[in-house]
Every structure is written in structure tokens, then in C-alpha cells.
Design a protein around this ligand. Structure first.
Ligand SMILES: CC(C)(COP(=O)(O)OP(=O)(O)OC[C@H]1O[C@@H](n2cnc3c(N)ncnc32)[C@H](O)[C@@H]1OP(=O)(O)O)[C@@H](O)C(=O)NCCC(=O)NCCS
Length: 152
């Protein structure tokens, strides 16, 4: 697998992965402004023409805020999410972010466990953040802390 910057050609497959990953998936159109945005950094993991995973963040002052992170369902549980997150944190640090934050559905055990293993801590709760129904944790960590990156 190789990581590459976000391109329009990735968006159709990313929208498919969004559908299998989220209750409120981003559509292809929602990703379009991200491709050339100065504040957005995305990485897409590909194998040939196949999109396997992607993740991105927005930079605001000295903070990075993760917008999306997802691994194709058939590819989960292999350490790809861990590698993706480590790469995003490294890129955020390179871009001058001191901390990195995200929202995650309070019931998303897999993602919360991943973030906790990287030292993210819950710093707040946004009530009814998803579909005006489900709560989200706000999680944050410094970009300098160390992280495991082993791919199984
Ligand atoms: C969350 C997600 C990105 C993890 O990707 P992945 O490639 O499957 O994760 P990895 O194989 O790298 O696992 C890394 C860690 O995540 C956690 N994890 C992954 N799958 C898990 C599961 N089914 N149950 C509990 N924890 C899990 C574990 O802490 C795991 O570390 P460990 O294997 O040492 O225990 C993936 O499940 C996904 O795309 N989910 C749908 C989209 C999503 O929820 N994104 C996060 C939005 S905030």
C-alpha cells in the first residue's frame, strides 16, 4: 500500500467506504472542496487503483482537527488504521500543529480504543452531535507524544 495526497480520482471510492463506515457518510461532493483546500491535508492509502483507507485533518492556528479517518471494511483489523493515524499525526506535527483533536461517536468502540492507544484523551462531549441523536466525544492529544505504528 502507498500513501498519496488526495486527488479527485479517489473520491468515488472514498464515498463508497464512507457508506460502509458511517451513519452520516460524506458524499463525493462533500470531499471536492478538500482536494485543493490550503487548510486541508488528506492522505489516501492505495493499492494500484484501489482505495484502501484515507484520513484527513484541517489546520487551524496551531491545532489540527481530524475530519475523516476510515479503512475499507474488508481491510480492517490489520494495523492499517494505526498506521494511518500515526501518519496523520506526523503530518500535523510537520505542519506546525501542537495538538490534534477529533470527534468520535461515543459508541464507536473500535475507534475510541485506537485513539486511546495513541494517548488521545476525552476532553469534552458534544451532545446529539450525529443526526441530532448520538453524542460525540471530543478527544485530543499533543502531536509530540509517541505512538505505536506496527502493521500486522
Ligand atoms: C476505526 C478504524 C479506522 C480502525 O482501523 P483498523 O485498520 O481496523 O484498525 P487497526 O487494525 O489498525 O487497529 C488499531 C487499534 O484499533 C482498535 N480496534 C480496531 N478494531 C477494533 C475492534 N473491532 N474492536 C475494538 N478495538 C478495535 C484496537 O485498539 C486496535 O489495536 P490492537 O489491535 O493493538 O488492539 C476502522 O475500524 C474504521 O474504518 N471504522 C469505520 C470508520 C470510523 O469509525 N472511523 C473513525 C471515526 S472517528
Amino acid at each position: 500500500m502507498r500513501f498519496e495526497p488526495l486527488r479527485y480520482e479517489h473520491l468515488r471510492q472514498m464515498a463508497e467506504i464512507e457508506k460502509e463506515a458511517f451513519d452520516m457518510p460524506w458524499t463525493e461532493n462533500m470531499f471536492i472542496p478538500e482536494v485543493n483546500s490550503e487548510n486541508a491535508t488528506y492522505i489516501v492509502g492505495t493499492r494500484g487503483e484501489e482505495v484502501v483507507c484515507y484520513g484527513g485533518f484541517h489546520s487551524v492556528l496551531d491545532e489540527a482537527h481530524i475530519t475523516n479517518i476510515a479503512v475499507k471494511k474488508s481491510e480492517r483489523g490489520k494495523g492499517i488504521g494505526r498506521f494511518l493515524l500515526a501518519t496523520l499525526i506526523g503530518k500535523a506535527r510537520d505542519k506546525g500543529a501542537a495538538s490534534i483533536s477529533l470527534e468520535v461517536k461515543t459508541t464507536n468502540v473500535a475507534a475510541i480504543s485506537l485513539y486511546e492507544s495513541f494517548g488521545f484523551k476525552v476532553v469534552g462531549v458534544r451532545k446529539r452531535y450525529y443526526n441530532n441523536l448520538f453524542d460525540a466525544y471530543v478527544m485530543r492529544r499533543e502531536t509530540e507524544a509517541s505512538a505505536r505504528t506496527d502493521i500486522r
